[in-house]
Design a protein around this ligand. Structure first.
Ligand SMILES: Cc1cc2nc3c(=O)[nH]c(=O)nc-3n(C[C@H](O)[C@H](O)[C@H](O)COP(=O)(O)OP(=O)(O)OC[C@H]3O[C@@H](n4cnc5c(N)ncnc54)[C@H](O)[C@@H]3O)c2cc1C
Length: 461
């Protein structure tokens, strides 16, 4: 339903004319994310502070206008896309690091600080913010919290959830609340902080985030292990887990993804004959890093690695990580559309997951290059399609459903880090029982009785 002229005028007045966009170009630009399936906003508002957001929420609640929060717009499931029109609130003016507290190992930030900017700022002081989505240069901390972003380092350090101590947030009814505290231990009442982490912009607008930091590791070692086949590389991951080592990262890249990134970067990334590779990083104190590197190299060699190469310089390490970070863009350049499904399984079931992906490629006649955070059992399964080809889209849809059914049968999850958003909403009931979905919907109603905040996400309707 279009926004009434009265509501439009009142909403625009909150931020002032200079911070309102309603031209066609802006409505489209603020209506899409990395999923590449957009829907235009009716009105884009760019507030300056928490009070303006509270006023916008009150008006949207009063006039029953959908309100969608937008961070940096790098989400992969359409979370920031206004599928039912209404207002997009862009957080682009919330870009300040408010405090870095060395003594208490924490930082207080506004939500649209880029993840990499916080990392650079704290590392200069000998501190470390571990969550490291491969999008860290382009995604914002508010979006990371709203999605509970993961990334390569989650093997050792956990996901964003582990680092969120406290939040300031605006409810869809307009109240400003604070949850949690600066204390690392806090068990007072229900843990609303953790409820808001991963809530995909459906429960509240996050306006300030208090994050836990850790000391920066002083030493790192980066290994590249080449294998002849994907099955052998997965065997390498199993061997690492069996050796009882927990590296900071265990990233896996299959042959199709590797070829795509080599084409995209115009340089070789792995030795000739590599059918799949692992990128493994150890970090910590120098002696511990050396010992772990020794154990890891041995385990990989016994698992049949063709070669295990340790990056000798920081330039070599950077080149390896550049290749890992560019994988998504390389695959995007390799086909008209890449549909990225970030499924996860218990780590020991990776061999079954890769067998399933190979079967889906054969049965549905699709190219499905896969890579990801193998140390967490979290794999980005990319179904490559031409959206103008209805037949290939139908096959991709059938393959996606079979993939999700398969990971649930393996006791895994249909999303390890990208969330449900709009693209996975049709599949929610494959993983969650009806009574659990109903309970979640009652939680949603308690926060948002008129269902105005990010409608059409997580569940349909
Ligand atoms: C190349 C590439 C690599 C990626 N790699 C990873 C990876 O390794 N790991 C990973 O987890 N993800 C990855 N992603 C996905 C994406 O970057 C993350 O989901 C990220 O956390 C989204 O942040 P954003 O600021 O772009 O959020 P947006 O896309 O703007 O929004 C995402 C969701 O968060 C909500 N939201 C945003 N800000 C707020 C706020 N202040 N308050 C309330 N809700 C809010 C939105 O409403 C939406 O539902 C990758 C994406 C790309 C393009």
């Amino acid at each position: 339903m279009p926004i009434s002229p009265d509501a439009r005028a009142a909403l625009s007045m909150v931020v002032g004319a200079a911070w309102v966009r309603d031209d066609e170009q802006a409505r489209l630009a603020y209506g899409t994310d990395a999923l590449q399936r957009g829907a235009p906003a009716d009105l884009v508002l760019i507030p300056a502070d928490v009070d303006e957001i509270a006023a916008i929420a009150r008006l949207c609640h009063e006039h029953r206008v959908p309100l969608v929060v937008r961070g940096a717009g790098t989400g992969y499931t359409g979370g920031a896309v206004p599928v039912q029109g209404g207002v997009v609130v862009s957080m682009e003016r919330f870009t300040r690091i408010l405090e870095i507290d060395d003594a208490n190992l924490l930082a207080v930030v506004q939500p649209n600080v880029l993840t990499a900017d916080l990392q650079t700022a704290v590392e200069a002081r000998g501190l470390f913010y571990p969550p490291d989505p491969a999008s860290s240069n382009i995604s914002a901390l508010g979006g990371n919290v709203a999605e509970c972003a993961g990334g390569p380092r989650a093997v050792k350090y956990g996901t964003t959830r582990r680092y969120v101590l406290a939040l300031q947030a605006v409810l869809p009814t307009g109240e400003i609340i604070r949850t949690g505290s600066k204390a690392v231990k806090n068990v007072v009442g229900y843990d609303l902080t953790q409820l808001l982490v991963g809530s995909e912009g459906t429960l509240a607008v996050l306006t300030e985030i208090t994050l836990r930091l850790v000391p920066r590791p002083v030493a790192t070692a980066t290994l590249q292990a080449s294998f002849a086949t994907i099955e052998a590389a997965v065997g390498g991951v199993t061997a690492l887990l069996a050796a009882r080592v927990v590296p900071a990262t265990i990233e896996l890249v299959d042959g199709g993804s590797l070829a795509a990134v080599e084409r995209y970067l115009g340089r070789p990334v792995a030795p000739p004959g590599t059918g799949a590779m692992l990128v493994i990083e150890m970090d910590g104190q120098p002696a511990g890093v050396e010992e772990e590197t020794h154990l890891v190299s041995g385990a990989l060699a016994s698992a049949g690695a063709l070669s295990v190469h340790r990056a000798a310089t920081s330039a070599e390490r950077d080149a390896l990580w550049e290749a890992r970070r560019e994988l998504s863009f390389a695959l995007r350049a390799a086909a008209p559309r890449k549909i990225n499904h970030d499924v996860s399984v218990p780590r020991g079931r990776l061999p079954q997951l890769f067998a399933l992906i190979a079967a889906l490629e054969r049965e549905h006649d699709l190219w499905i290059p896969s890579f990801g955070h193998a140390g967490d059992g979290n794999v980005h399964v990319n179904i490559m399609v031409d959206p103008s080809d209805g037949d290939v889209l139908a096959r991709a849809e059938r393959a996606a459903r079979a993939l999700f059914e398969g990971v649930v049968a393996l006791e895994g999850s249909i999303s390890g880090e990208h969330g449900i958003g709009m693209s996975k909403a049709p599949y929610l009931s494959l993983e969650l029982a009806p009574d659990v979905i109903a309970l979640m919907q009652r939680v949603k109603a308690a926060f948002d009785p008129r269902h105005i905040l990010n409608p059409g996400k997580i569940w349909m309707g």
